[in-house]
Design a protein. Structure first.
Length: 369
């Protein structure tokens, strides 16, 4: 009889050399008498039972969350390299190449400024309205693109998923990294625009770094959620552009939220929208005009506040520039701006926890088509 301590691989090798040693008894069953396992009858031992008895697990089984996170961390270099390669290849066939990473949000900002700033003239008393719109569009575009691209990443990568074994979350992470790299390129254009429109370079600009990092964490969480939902609901990617357009219009991209209504609940609800929080944090960091014109930043003055509300003064784009700063003498009718960082971090934590858990739960389902 074969020694019980002989390694399984050696015993199977012996069976391969000798047709009478440990031959298969039928589909999914193994004659194990020569391997030192006692069985009843000639049917052999079920392979599934044998795997369970020896602690073997399917290679495609979903790992635990800690193990899954370790797998992702080991592939961090792959995620960054994949994102960089995709960024380089994205516009290779276009004549302007990588410039489209900047031109796309810049053209969008130009269209919004042309329609709302020049034609309709509804700047609503916002100083440096062009810089205000450009900053809002660039920052919102980072979240918008992250959600849209990750919504189709699993279905577009079926061949890769079926060919290689890796944690599937690496794909949406890589696509958010792509948008992060494009956002960094956009900042190279945004900074000169703000400087040319009169915004001074101050120490407050450093706050844009943590604001961008918190937004990136939020985008990863929402991207993971969007990736699983898009892989299971085919119509999700068709509906998503309309949802994102609505999100844009309620996030203060082209208008200042405190000017929308005097109802505190409505204004606070709009300001606590995560996209609006990230936009406000970045604008306050990069634009001194936003900090100095924020309602409640100066002692209340009824007379100056009324001048700002006047269509002939503060809300008139052709009026003197000083009237647009009188909004600082009005009461703040929305959420407390001092708490915006807490709300933004809270949204990021909620998004990454829920998004990761939701995506991880379906780890073994991706790639089935």
């Amino acid at each position: 009889m074969t020694d019980q301590k002989t390694p399984l691989r050696a015993r199977l090798g012996k069976a391969a050399r000798d047709p009478d040693e440990g031959r298969l008894a039928g589909p999914g069953r193994l004659r194990t008498t020569d391997l030192g396992v006692e069985t009843d009858g000639d049917d052999g031992l079920s392979l599934a039972d044998y795997a369970i008895e020896h602690g073997l697990r399917p290679s495609a089984a979903r790992p635990s969350i800690p193990a899954y996170l370790r797998q992702l961390w080991r592939r961090a270099q792959f995620i960054v390299a994949f994102a960089t390669a995709r960024n380089v290849a994205m516009y290779t066939e276009a004549r302007l190449g990588q410039l489209w990473q900047v031109l796309t949000p810049l053209l969008n900002a130009g269209v919004y400024f042309l329609i709302f700033g020049l034609l309709l003239k509804i700047n609503r008393g916002v100083p440096n309205y062009f810089g205000f719109v450009v900053a809002g569009v660039f920052i919102f575009n980072f979240t918008q693109r992250s959600v849209i691209t990750t919504s189709t990443v699993m279905t577009d990568s079926l061949e890769l998923i079926r060919a290689l074994h890796f944690p599937r979350a690496a794909l949406p992470l890589a696509y958010v990294m792509i948008e992060f790299q494009q956002m960094l390129v956009s900042l190279v254009v945004l900074v000169p625009i703000l400087l040319l429109t009169g915004e001074p370079l101050t120490w407050y600009w450093l706050l844009a770094i943590p604001a961008l990092l918190v937004q990136t964490i939020f985008n990863v969480g929402v991207g993971l959620f969007s990736a699983r939902l898009g892989s299971q609901v085919n119509d999700f990617s068709q509906l998503l552009p309309f949802l994102m357009r609505t999100w844009l219009y309620v996030s203060g991209v082209i208008f200042s939220i405190p000017t929308v209504s005097s109802n505190q609940k409505i204004v606070a609800l709009l300001e606590l929208n995560p996209a609006a929080l990230f936009i406000n944090l970045s604008r306050n960091a990069l634009m001194i005009t936003q900090r100095e014109s924020a309602p409640g930043s100066k002692p209340y003055s009824k007379a100056l506040c009324q001048q700002w509300h006047s269509p002939a003064l503060g809300h008139n784009p052709n009026a003197q520039h000083k009237y647009q700063f009188y909004s600082a003498y009005c009461h703040n009718v929305g959420a407390n701006p001092a708490h915006f960082w807490y709300y933004a971090i809270g949204w990021a934590v909620i998004a990454i926890v829920i998004g990761f858990w939701y995506f991880w739960r379906a780890e073994t389902r991706y790639g089935r088509g």
